[in-house]
Design a protein around this ligand. Structure first.
Ligand code: UD1
Length: 418
């Protein structure tokens, strides 16, 4: 298993290019199942989760070809299976995104339940009740969701919790249902809008994506399309924090600042100087980082996927603050590792109390999930001495070549291949 070795204390300078959004590419790839015509997606990050989703689609009979330069060609001419098996779904919960498209296209689907996940229970009950409202018969047997519906029909769906993949799954299902589906309390994340843009290019009729109410009028068939995936807003935010904790002055290119408005505002509150261009950010580390409370919320609030990175920033800030996680239970697993590096953090329920600035010292640490591992890399940049981050495969699930990108900015970081 690869490890990453970082020697902290080197300020960052230069430019870094942001990759396409993993969390937009995942549903976009699945949308290819809704048509038998070719789909081309550009700006797809070559990260492990996308490869895994490629395998899920290949198992169904969809042709999937990754081209150099970040394009993926997909063609679901005829499908030879409607099953997403446990061995793939267990490694990536987002595989559940094939459920809606398969049901809409083939009238049935069999998808393994994702099972336990390191960041809390993360059920899919909201996906299933919405499909039932659309006329599907859904049962759970031997760890698999079995769903059938000769033809889905439009329905009024009220999500009692904001769910990103739930919104995406049902939006895809509704594009080919009979009649109109209205999603209430829908997720407003930019990735939902990106999927809606792609589906619209395929001929779907969708209004209101990016707002809490989305209205989809079903059509008989969808056609092929070419679509460019939006930049990754979480990767963008991660590099802004990297610059702040390592010190320095960097330019973050090929990003979309509007998609991380609340993140940028919160990071400015901590003293980081951020100048915005239409597709780039200039970031200058402050002499002193200020402490500021934060609570994670659905978009447009501060994203839970930035919480672990923000905690590293706060460990370097002057003063005390509260970091409250309102989306997921059990998303503080990075805290124990940060404490080992010298951070002053105390967790009480869903709130972490962080007091800074702490002089972090390099250590051997273990990544537990995707964003937690990014936070350990950031802590390594801020720490004195050598940090070894183990279980780097978590990082590789969602960050495209983070070690190379940080090295390009002058960090002392290398991948130890084993
Ligand atoms: C997506 C993102 C993930 C991000 C999360 C929240 C992808 C591939 N992943 O995950 O990176 O951290 O949004 O922004 O886009 N819930 C239920 N029942 C359901 C569905 C969800 O109770 O049927 C709960 C979850 O347990 C959680 C909350 O709703 O507490 C939000 O989860 P959700 O938005 O569904 O997360 P994902 O879509 O899995």
């Amino acid at each position: 298993m690869d490890k990453i070795r970082i020697v902290g204390g080197k300020p960052l300078e230069g430019t870094v290019r942001i990759s396409g959004a993993k969390n937009a590419s995942l549903p976009d790839v699945c949308a290819a199942l809704l048509t038998d015509e070719p789909i081309v997606l550009d700006n797809v990050p070559e990260v492990r989760d996308i490869r895994t989703m490629g395998r899920v689609l290949s198992q169904l009979g969809c042709d999937v070809a990754f081209r150099t330069g970040g394009s993926v060609e997909l063609r679901a001419g005829t499908l030879n299976s409607v099953e997403a098996t446990y061995d793939l779904v267990k490694t990536m919960r987002a595989s559940v995104l094939v459920l809606g498209p398969l049901l809409a296209r083939e009238g049935r689907a069999r998808v393994s339940l994702p099972g336990g996940c390191a960041i809390g229970a993360r059920p899919i009950d909201l996906h299933l009740t919405a499909l039932e409202k659309m006329g599907a018969e859904v049962s759970v047997e031997r760890g698999y969701v079995e769903a059938r519906a000769p033809r889905l029909r439009g329905a009024e769906i009220h999500f009692n919790t904001v769910t990103v993949t739930g919104t995406e799954n049902i939006m895809m299902a509704a594009t080919r249902a009979d009649g109109v589906t209205v999603l209430h309390n829908a997720a407003c994340e930019p990735e939902v809008s990106d999927l809606a843009d792609m589906l619209t290019a395929m001929g779907a009729q969708i209004e209101g994506a990016g707002t809490p109410t989305i209205r989809i009028t079903g059509v008989d068939r969808l056609k092929g399309a070419r679509h460019r995936v939006i930049p990754d807003r979480i990767e963008t935010g991660t590099y802004v924090v990297a610059c702040a904790v390592a010190g320095g002055d960097i330019e973050v290119q090929q990003c979309h600042p509007e998609h991380l408005r609340s993140t940028i505002e919160k990071l400015r509150e901590t003293g980081i100087r951020i100048e915005e261009g239409p597709n780039n950010l200039r970031v200058r580390a402050p002499r002193q980082i200020k402490a500021a409370d934060v609570t994670t919320l659905p978009h447009p609030g501060f994203p839970t996927d930035m919480q672990a990175q923000y905690m590293v920033l706060m460990s370097q800030a002057n003063g005390a603050c509260r970091v409250t996680e309102s989306i997921f239970e059990n998303r503080f697993m990075h805290v124990a590792e940060l404490q080992r590096m010298g951070a002053d953090v105390r967790v009480d329920g869903r709130t972490a109390f962080v007091r800074g600035p702490s002089a972090l010292s390099g250590a051997q640490v273990m990544a537990t999930d995707l964003r937690a591992s990014a936070c350990l890399v950031l802590a390594g940049l801020a720490a004195e001495g050598e940090t070894i981050v183990d279980r780097v495969y978590h990082l590789d699930r969602g960050y495209y070549r983070i070690d190379e990108k940080l090295r390009g900015l002058g960090a002392d970081i290398e991948r130890l291949e084993t």
